[in-house]
Design a binder for this molecule. Structure first.
Ligand SMILES: N[C@@H](CCC(=O)N[C@@H](CS)C(=O)NCC(=O)O)C(=O)O
Length: 230
């Protein structure tokens, strides 16, 4: 079986979902930071929209996190991360689309970007007006996620699914912002679920720091190989 290689930027929540899925499956994998830049010709040849993650598995290359997670769940069937029951599977799909369309777009990609990614990686000062403008949508998203979760342990019931693995990295990021208190205070079920996700070995193994260390080691190994080959 070919190895799994994930091209990523350390800290990226979508990339973390792919890594956490590989961890849940117990599959060996490597990470490769996109050193050439997301808009480099090299990366655009893997991902024409210049984003991460990109999965390589033998001669198969795949971008879009939902596609990657579903592929991994098919080629690595144990433990199953998609419910067998059609209605629970539909809820999983729904929660995954809420992540991509409503939580990421206009909420996490504004609030978590302005508070965490911009300041940490680009030295930017948070745009308070942009954050304030994102809050009404953020409230709707949190209310809806709380309603979908209800009193279940995971988003579709008692078992972990791809929906939990996609949502948790985004919400883990949101938790690190001052806006979290206002958004999550009336949703103790979201707080309990996130704590449960953060305690899983798959999440402990894929923190920004741990992925950054793996990425640094991969870059160093690549440089050594290049130097040795002349
Ligand atoms: N629809 C894509 C979204 C991926 C995405 O937006 N990734 C972020 C990092 S978490 C990214 O690459 N951002 C770079 C940019 O916006 O230029 C997926 O599901 O993989």
């Amino acid at each position: 079986m070919s190895e799994y290689l994930v091209h990523l930027i350390p800290g990226s929540p979508f990339s973390r979902a792919a890594l956490a899925t590989l961890e849940e499956k117990g599959a060996p994998y490597r990470v490769m930071p996109v050193a050439s830049g997301l808009r480099s010709a090299q990366h655009l040849s893997r991902h024409p929209f210049g984003r991460v993650p990109v999965l390589e598995h033998g001669d198969f290359t795949l971008y879009e996190t939902q596609a990657i997670l579903r592929y991994l769940d098919r080629v690595l069937p144990e433990p199953a991360l998609t419910p067998a029951d059609p209605r629970r599977a539909a809820r999983m799909d729904q929660a995954m689309n809420v992540n991509d369309w409503y939580l990421f777009h206009g909420v996490a990609n504004v609030i978590a970007f302005q508070r965490i990614v911009g300041p940490r990686l680009m030295g930017l000062t948070p745009d308070e007006a942009a954050i304030a403008a994102a809050m009404p949508k953020a409230r709707t998203v949190f209310d809806e996620l709380a309603a979908l979760l209800g009193e279940q342990r995971y988003f579709t019931g008692d078992s972990l699914t791809l929906a939990d693995l996609l949502l948790a990295p985004q919400l883990d990021f949101m938790q690190q912002t001052p806006e979290w208190e206002a958004l999550a205070t009336s949703h103790p079920n979201i707080r309990r679920w996130l704590a449960r996700m953060q305690a899983r070995p798959s999440f402990l193994a894929t923190t920004w720091e741990k992925v950054a260390a793996k990425a640094q080691a991969a870059t160093a190994a690549q440089a050594t190989t290049r130097a040795a080959s002349g």
